[in-house]
Design a protein around this ligand. Sequence first.
Ligand code: KG4
Ligand code: ZN
Length: 348
Amino acid sequence: MSEPLVLGIETSCDETGIGIVRGRTLLSNTIASSMDEHARFGGVVPEVAARAHLEALQPSIDAALAEAGVTLDELDAVAVTSGPGLAGALMVGVGAAKGLAVSLGKPLYAVNHLVGHIAADILTPDAEPLEYPTIALLVSGGHTSLLHVRDLTTDVELLGETVDDAAGEAFDKVARLLSLPYPGGPEIDRAALDGDPDAIRFPRGLSRASDLAKHRYDFSFSGLKTAVARWVERFEADEANQGTAVPVADIAASFREAVVDVLVTKALAACADLGVPRLLLGGGVIANRRLREVALERAEAAGVTVRIPPLSLCTDNGAMIAVLAAELISSGRGPSTLAFGADSTLPV
Ligand code: KG4
Ligand code: ZN
């Protein structure tokens, strides 16, 4: 089957993503997000996300089929994210995918969400094919992972990941501290426009020589979040600042700089250590202006080429899941048996 028609289902976090591809061609990519429902909690509430998936799935599948101009019967396969992600949210997608595949008598492919993010690159319009090996940095509200990709379908190695909060989660939590709305990433990005990134030196997690021995490619953002909280507390407690507003712009710019610095430093360290002159970026945090700017600047200086798919493919979506399955099919890989389940900590 040279150009398989695949429908992909993604429900690992708060986006219900349904994508349809024919081989490497994107036919539709519908996304329903429950983000608004999480806003008053300042972060994704797993049970709310799972229920929202349940409600959004059928209409999203219908919309994706209509947009692609195909019917369920025409599909060659169904693909679904089986992990990693929120257990309850994943379960909804996996259940739906199994039901669909069994009722249609179509093969079912269970795929890894992180590898899906890498596969999203294939759908970038007019892009040259991804060259191997490449280092991938995936940063979102749910994950912060650094991977060594020698081959998309056979050889992806996790080099490191966050040991506590994801980078996007840190943006969301710090935004909340600064009384900015959810999701915090875009708000901090905006607030930082008028701020000085060097105003406050916030800590770079797991970057000391003693940390690097064990955690060279791992990330930690909870200490940074605490450092911001302590800074605000000290500022407010200082008599000299009575009547002065907390300098939100400087805090936002300095916090953002700390996150960006660590992400880019570690990603480029992996490129240098492993002799890989290519870096692929993915995940919703890639929307961050400063992250893209610093990554491009420092990568150029290091002789590393950076690839950034369009944002609609960087954030969680079903098309990346569909195209990964299409690649697996084209490379001769057989379907999953129905024995798999949702696995919130699924390894790559
Ligand atoms: O990949 P994504 O859309 O969804 C999941 O994490 O599931 O990523 C959302 C995350 C949120 O934490 C949001 O605050 C963050 O990406 N984000 C940003 C920006 N835009 C979104 N973080 C930093 N700067 C941004 N401009
Ligand atoms: Zn993701």
